[in-house]
Design a protein around this ligand. Sequence first.
Ligand SMILES: NC(=O)c1ccc[n+]([C@@H]2O[C@H](COP(=O)([O-])OP(=O)(O)OC[C@H]3O[C@@H](n4cnc5c(N)ncnc54)[C@H](O)[C@@H]3O)[C@@H](O)[C@H]2O)c1
Length: 277
Amino acid sequence: MEELPFLGLSMQKKVVIITGASSGIGKALAEKYAAEGWNLVLAARREERLQEIKTKLQNTEILTVKTDVTSEEDCKNLVNEAIKRFGKIDVLINNAGISMRAIFEQLELDVVRRVMDVNFWGTVYCTKYALPWLLKTKGSVAGIISIGGYIGLPGRTGYSASKFAVRGFLETLRVENLKTGLHVLIAAPGFTSSEIRKSALNSTGNQQGETPRDEDKMMSAEECASHIYTAIRKRKRNLVLTFVEGKLTVFLSKFLPRFVEKMSYKWFAKEPDSPFK
Ligand SMILES: NC(=O)c1ccc[n+]([C@@H]2O[C@H](COP(=O)([O-])OP(=O)(O)OC[C@H]3O[C@@H](n4cnc5c(N)ncnc54)[C@H](O)[C@@H]3O)[C@@H](O)[C@H]2O)c1
């Protein structure tokens, strides 16, 4: 840690923990925070991917911690390792997530459990262990939810439920911390090019292996990460990305819920593997 001893001021770089940093939005967030001069703690299950990212990013200190966010022990260890190395945490981004595609009637219940374990419990575990440290720095905790955390997306019961749950959890955490200085961001990207649709689980819990949408027409993970970075820096409460997919849908769902349901049904019926024809 560098110090200006005569002022007693710490020049220490800020520290961010990013879960699910091995691909997509998490990887792009790592690149963005590194470019802005932060120290990084990158968490994911695929350690070799984290090492590749670490090798490419210069001028910053990076700690990689192999972490399965469905394991409470792993999440506790992630925070402990971050503190051992950097002594503080300024931002925690709960980004790790998985999706699913299958109608509920055909869905094995274990798929819902697996999605909840990663998206909801992963967020709860990491937040629980990082919170005492975030309170010391009056830092930020962010959850990457989805438009599916505001409206029910057909074929995604488990996914939407997990993102609604994360939103409820973080909104409550925000109220509890009204006077502590903790900042809570709930970020809902629209369609963003990444691995999420390919690795989404099918009705029996196997990965789909392909995306039903044209990933090239989506927002890039880098653009999405840049919006999230700015929202955290400005200590925004909510970020809903893209106007039509996001802001308008969320707004209309409050006032014209039936219209949004029909729109969402029609929209998802266009996917090649959609059961809604
Ligand atoms: N891409 C989109 O269109 C989109 C839209 C809205 C929200 N999101 C959300 O953004 C977040 C990032 O997803 P992405 O689109 O970059 O997809 P992605 O699949 O590229 O990245 C997800 C990351 O989470 C990691 N992960 C999954 N299970 C994990 C576990 N048990 N422990 C640790 N890490 C785990 C994956 O390995 C991967 O690195 C997710 O929470 C997702 O729900 C994505």
